[in-house]
Design a protein around this ligand. Structure first.
Ligand SMILES: Cc1cc2nc3c(=O)[nH]c(=O)nc-3n(C[C@H](O)[C@H](O)[C@H](O)COP(=O)(O)OP(=O)(O)OC[C@H]3O[C@@H](n4cnc5c(N)ncnc54)[C@H](O)[C@@H]3O)c2cc1C
Length: 320
């Protein structure tokens, strides 16, 4: 499968990459997907808010997607891509063991979440420690939810979660005393504030049971916090894609279709958009595929035009 020139190589087999692969294989393009097998939501047992798939384990969506893409002739290589370079035909792409060439390259490598440095937090990531109320709020509606603040958005997160649960505890942790305005708004909605440095997350039988402060223990069932999102965009940067600043962080810039500043290089999903949940990633992958296919078609037309024998000018024909 890995021989010859592919129309499109997609790096990343999450919702964004697989959605693009499905449309492109159905458009009868020769497509190969590289995947390192460590998606962002790997620790989540179920996926929510995805119409028609609510509650499905994330791995099942990937498996179904792969089967669909394979049925249209798409291929998979379960390897990380470690490097790529521009060549006259498009790109040469180097997996950890396999090298291929492609006319167009789509990067859908997602992002990594960096958690606050609190003992026991990472062990519960994706299970008792969560970030997205739309993904997990409904399932936690009867829990006492602790909000572990990492910045000013912590108060907003507490107010948001109050929509799901009537028992919210706000931990300002190292942020210190909330402003008078924030204290008023929290109190108005019965959100308790527990001041002091958070030392650890306590668990029992694999479930969160409390937040440990330096001088006391506060029972909670679930923790919501914010992570520092780090796009997995090394490949795009290596190839020279232009960046933009967003909320003090550098992201790869793309147009509405997912086109980067490098010709024939595309990016989609969480790698370029922190807000891209599963549904948005699926939609964006599908839109991008249409644009990639249009570019391939334009290149196919240009190639036909370049190789066509020009018709002789009328006077030459008449002279014969
Ligand atoms: C704990 C948690 C729970 C979540 N729950 C939900 C939910 O319920 N509903 C929802 O809509 N969203 C949820 N999300 C968000 C969801 O995970 C993302 O929106 C989605 O994964 C983004 O899709 P993606 O394709 O951009 O990236 P990913 O799904 O992260 O896929 C990227 C893929 O690229 C691969 N990759 C990375 N680098 C390379 C490389 N160099 N070479 C080859 N492959 C590579 C990775 O292995 C991975 O398979 C959750 C997120 C978290 C953290």
């Amino acid at each position: 499968m890995a021989a010859g020139l592919f129309d499109v190589v997609i790096v990343g087999g999450g919702p964004a990459g697989l959605s693009a692969a499905l449309s492109l294989t159905r458009a009868r393009r020769r497509v190969l997907v590289f995947d390192a097998g460590d998606p962002r939501n790997a620790r989540a047992a179920h996926m929510h808010g995805v119409l028609g798939h609510d509650g499905l384990p994330p791995g099942d969506l990937r498996q179904r997607g792969r089967a669909e893409i394979s049925s249209y002739g798409g291929g998979f290589i379960d390897e990380p891509v470690v490097s790529a370079r521009v060549v006259p035909s498009g790109f040469e792409i180097f997996g950890s063991r396999t090298a291929v060439t492609a006319r167009q390259l789509v990067v859908a490598t997602g992002l990594r979440d960096e958690l606050p440095a609190v003992l026991g937090l990472s062990e519960q990531w994706g299970r008792g420690v969560l970030v997205c109320p739309y993904c997990d709020g409904w399932e936690r509606r009867n829990d006492t939810i602790g909000i572990l603040a990492t910045g000013p958005q912590g108060v907003d997160q507490a107010q948001q979660l109050r929509q799901w649960s009537s028992s919210i505890v706000y931990f300002p942790n190292d942020l210190g005393e909330p402003s008078t305005k924030d204290l008023c708004s929290l109190e108005l909605r019965d959100i308790r504030v527990e001041r002091g440095r958070v030392r650890a997350v306590r668990t029992r039988d694999g479930r969160v049971e409390a937040v440990e402060l330096l001088d006391r223990v506060v029972p909670v069932d679930t923790i919501f916090t914010s992570t520092t999102m780090k796009p997995r965009d090394e490949l795009l940067r290596l190839l020279g894609a232009r960046t933009r600043e967003h909320r003090g962080q550098s992201w790869i810039a793309v147009d509405a279709d997912g086109r980067t500043s490098v010709t024939r290089l595309w990016a989609v999903g969480n790698v370029i958009d922190p807000r891209s949940n599963v549904s948005v990633s699926l939609g964006a992958g599908s839109l991008l595929a249409g644009a990639v296919n249009a570019d391939l078609t334009a290149a196919d037309i240009a190639r036909c035009e370049a190789s066509a024998t020009p018709a002789p000018p009328p006077e030459t024909a008449a002279a014969r």
